[in-house]
Design a protein around this ligand. Structure first.
Ligand SMILES: Nc1ncnc2c1ncn2[C@@H]1O[C@H](COP(=O)(O)OP(=O)(O)OP(=O)(O)O)[C@@H](O)[C@H]1O
Ligand SMILES: [Mg+2]
Length: 440
C-alpha cells in the first residue's frame, strides 16, 4: 500500500529496537529529534505495534495517541536486514485517497434518494396503466360500457389499453343493438296480441252484422216498405255484406296457418289481400292499378301465408306514399317462360311486380331491408319484421324476392314463384302432404 507523504505523515527507518535511523523531512514536527520511536507515544497499543516491528512483522493498524491523535500506522521489515520501515498517517487523511467521508455520506444519501425516486417512477410507469385496466374492467362489469382508458403509451401496456377500449366499444354497440332489438320484440309481441284481439272483435261484430243484414233483406223482400226506403235498405244490405266479407277475411288471416300446401291462384291471393287495405289506400288518395294476367298457372302454396306477403308489401307501399299525399300502387302478374333448351316456351313460374311511387329506398339501406328488425320507421309504427317474414315465406315456396328503387321516385319488388312442386324446399315437395292436389 502507498501512502501520501504530505504534511502530517511520518516515515521512519527504524532499527528493530526502535532506534530511528532516518525520517522524512516533511515529517519534522512532533517527531523531530526523537532518538527512539518508542518515545512517540506511551499507549499500550503503540507498544504492541512496536513489539510487532521488533519481531520483523508486517502490518497496518489504527491507533489513537495519548494526546488523542488518530493515526493509521503501517510497518514492514526491510528484507535481509534488521531494519523496518514505519509510516504514520493521520487516519482521516488516509481515507482521502479512497473517498472523503463527508462526500461518501453525500453520495450515499443521494444514491438512496435516487433509488427511491427511480423505484417510485418505475412503479408508476408500470402499475398505473395496469391499475387503469383493472378499474376499467370493474366499471364495465358494473354495466357502464361508455368507459374508455386514456393512454399515450406505445408499448405492450398501451396495446393492452387500446384492445380494452376496442372491446368496450364492441360491448357498447352490442348492448345498444340488444336494447333496441328487445324493444322491437316487445313491440312485435304487442302487435301479435293486438292481432288476436282484432280477430276476437271481428268475431263479435259478425253476429250483429248478420242480424242487421237479415232484417234489411227481409224488409226488401216483404214489399211492405215504400220504394225510397227500399233504396236505403239495399245500400245497408250491400255495405253490411261488405263489412262481413272484411270480417271473414280478417278472421281467416288471423287464423294460424296449417302449413298445408295446395294449388293456389296468385291473382286470387292478391285480390284477397286488397280486401283489408283498399279503403285505407283510397283514404290516402292512393290509386290502385291491377294488371293480373288470367293465364298465369297455379302454384303450390299456402294461401294464407302468401296473402301475408302481399299485405306486408301493400302496407310498406302505403307508408312510403303517405307522406306524399298521393300515389299509385300497381300490381302486375305474368307467367315466366323458360326459353332454354328442351323447356323452350314452357311456363315455369309466376312473376309478380309490385310497384309504388313512394319515397323510395336509399342505396345505403338497400342491403338491410330484408334483415329482421331493420326499420326506418318510428317506434310503434314499424317492427322491421314485414320484409324478413315475407322473405322467409317466399323461400318456403321455393321463390325469391328482390327490390329495386330510385331514391325519391318509388320502389318495385319483384317476386318469382316456381310452378313445379319439386322446386319447393324439402318437406314441402312430398306427395304425402295433406294439401289438395287440384289440377291447374
Ligand atoms: N315500398 C317501400 N318504400 C320505401 N321504403 C321501404 C319500402 N318497403 C320497405 N321499405 C324500407 O324497408 C324497411 C323494412 O321494411 P319492413 O317491412 O321489413 O319493416 P317495417 O315496415 O319498417 O316494419 P313492419 O313491417 O314490421 O311494420 C322499412 O322500414 C323501410 O325503410
Ligand atoms: Mg313493413
Amino acid at each position: 500500500m502507498q501512502w501520501n507523504l504530505t504534511s502530517g505523515n511520518h516515515a521512519f527507518l527504524l532499527e528493530r529496537g526502535g532506534k530511528i535511523l532516518a525520517q522524512t523531512i516533511i515529517s519534522i514536527g512532533e517527531t523531530a529529534g526523537l532518538p527512539n520511536i518508542s518515545y512517540l507515544d506511551q499507549s499500550p497499543l503503540f507498544h504492541d505495534i512496536l513489539k510487532n516491528v521488533r519481531d520483523g512483522e508486517t502490518g497496518v493498524e489504527r491507533f489513537i495517541t495519548t494526546k488523542g491523535r488518530d493515526y493509521l500506522v503501517s510497518y514492514q521489515s526491510v528484507p535481509s536486514s534488521l531494519w523496518s520501515v514505519m509510516v504514520l498517517t493521520p487516519f482521516y487523511e488516509s481515507l482521502s485517497d479512497i473517498i472523503p467521508l463527508d462526500q461518501f455520506f453525500l453520495i450515499f444519501i443521494a444514491t438512496f434518494i435516487l433509488i427511491i425516486i427511480f423505484t417510485f417512477y418505475i412503479g408508476k410507469k408500470f402499475t398505473d396503466p395496469v391499475k387503469d385496466v383493472v378499474t376499467g374492467t370493474q366499471i364495465i362489469a358494473s354495466g357502464d360500457f361508455t368507459y374508455r382508458i386514456r393512454t399515450n403509451l406505445h408499448d405492450e401496456l398501451g396495446e393492452l389499453a387500446m384492445s380494452f377500449n376496442k372491446m368496450a366499444e364492441y360491448l357498447q354497440n352490442t348492448y345498444q343493438d340488444l336494447k333496441s332489438t328487445s324493444a322491437q320484440l316487445a313491440q312485435s309481441a304487442k302487435l301479435a296480441a293486438v292481432g288476436e284481439l282484432a280477430a276476437g272483435v271481428a268475431h263479435e261484430l259478425n253476429q250483429p252484422l248478420m242480424v242487421i243484414r237479415g232484417h234489411a233483406q227481409e224488409m226488401i223482400e216483404g214489399n211492405s216498405v215504400p220504394e225510397n226506403i227500399i233504396k236505403d235498405l239495399r245500400l245497408i244490405e250491400k255495405q253490411t255484406g261488405r263489412m262481413m266479407r272484411i270480417i271473414d277475411h280478417l278472421r281467416a288471416f288471423a287464423r294460424q296457418s296449417t302449413g298445408a300446401f295446395e294449388q293456389v291462384n296468385l291473382n286470387d291471393v292478391i285480390d284477397d289481400s286488397f280486401t283489408l287495405i283498399t279503403q285505407q289506400l283510397k283514404n290516402l288518395n292512393i290509386e290502385i292499378m291491377k294488371e293480373l294476367d288470367e293465364s298465369i298457372p297455379r302454384i303450390w302454396g299456402d294461401h294464407n301465408r302468401l296473402e301475408q306477403i302481399f299485405l306486408n308489401l301493400m302496407t310498406n307501399a302505403k307508408d312510403a306514399m303517405e307522406e306524399k299525399g298521393e300515389g299509385v300502387l300497381s300490381v302486375k302478374t305474368q307467367p315466366i317462360m323458360d326459353m332454354t333448351g328442351d323447356k323452350n316456351g314452357k311456363v315455369t313460374g309466376v312473376l309478380v311486380l309490385f310497384s309504388d311511387t313512394g319515397v323510395g329506398i336509399g342505396d345505403n339501406i338497400m342491403d338491410k331491408i330484408f334483415d329482421p328488425f331493420f326499420t326506418t320507421k318510428e317506434v310503434g309504427k314499424g317492427t322491421g319484421l314485414g320484409l324478413s317474414i315475407s322473405y322467409s315465406i317466399l323461400k318456403d315456396h321455393g321463390g325469391s324476392i328482390t327490390a329495386e328503387s330510385n331514391d325519391g321516385t318509388g320502389t318495385t319488388f319483384r317476386l318469382e314463384f316456381p310452378v313445379e312442386r319439386r322446386m319447393l324446399p324439402r318437406g314441402k315437395n312430398k306427395k304425402g302432404d295433406k294439401s289438395r292436389e287440384s289440377a291447374s
